[in-house]
Write a protein that binds this ligand. Structure first.
Ligand SMILES: C=C(O[C@@H]1C=C(C(=O)O)C=C[C@H]1O)C(=O)O
Length: 160
């Protein structure tokens, strides 16, 4: 098993939903940022981390980085769509019924992959940075966004 690659693919899959999230919100005239929802996502991540023997605070910090990148992707789409009315006519998956439940499931999958990586090989290091950069392929995700996520990923530890 490639524990690092499994983790990176799950992170990439989570971010692959953000174009749809941006489209749904743009069509409703809703803001990108939803602080209340972020609290739900972070609380669930901490609970899941503790259940798998991973330090909850370090996982919460990592999820904050993923959420920042998720918002950055959405803002870039929103900016592009200001001059592309046709793009807004695409159909979007329903945020509440479909996308958010999928994001919570992926969050759990990410934490399980991280727990497996840490238990078998120890923390993430710069030895995995190239694989991380190559596995994250989402449009409108910048190199700085990737660096921020990877930095937080390297800080994650198992529980004492
Ligand atoms: C993905 C969403 O957009 C933003 C990013 C979130 C995330 O990455 O979990 C949560 C809330 C929003 O600030 C969402 O609204 O569900």
């Amino acid at each position: 098993a490639n524990y690092a690659e499994d983790t990176f693919q799950a992170i990439n899959e989570r971010l692959s939903y953000m174009k749809d999230v941006a489209l749904f919100k743009a069509q409703k005239g809703a803001p990108v940022e939803d602080v209340e929802r972020e609290r739900v996502v972070l609380d669930k991540a901490k609970e899941e981390a503790a259940g798998h023997g991973v330090d909850p605070t370090s996982v919460s910090d990592f999820f904050s980085a993923q959420i920042s990148a998720a918002k950055a992707i959405q803002f870039r789409y929103r900016a592009d769509w200001l001059s592309d009315a046709d793009a807004l006519k695409q159909s979007a998956r329903d945020l509440q019924a479909e996308v958010r439940p999928a994001l919570l499931k992926l969050g759990d999958a990410i934490i399980i992959a991280i727990a497996d990586k840490l238990k078998n090989e120890g923390p993430f290091t710069d030895a995995e940075r190239d694989l991380f950069n190559d596995t994250l392929t989402i449009e409108n995700l910048s190199q700085r966004d990737k660096d921020m996520i990877f930095q937080a990923l390297k800080q994650i530890r198992l529980q004492q």
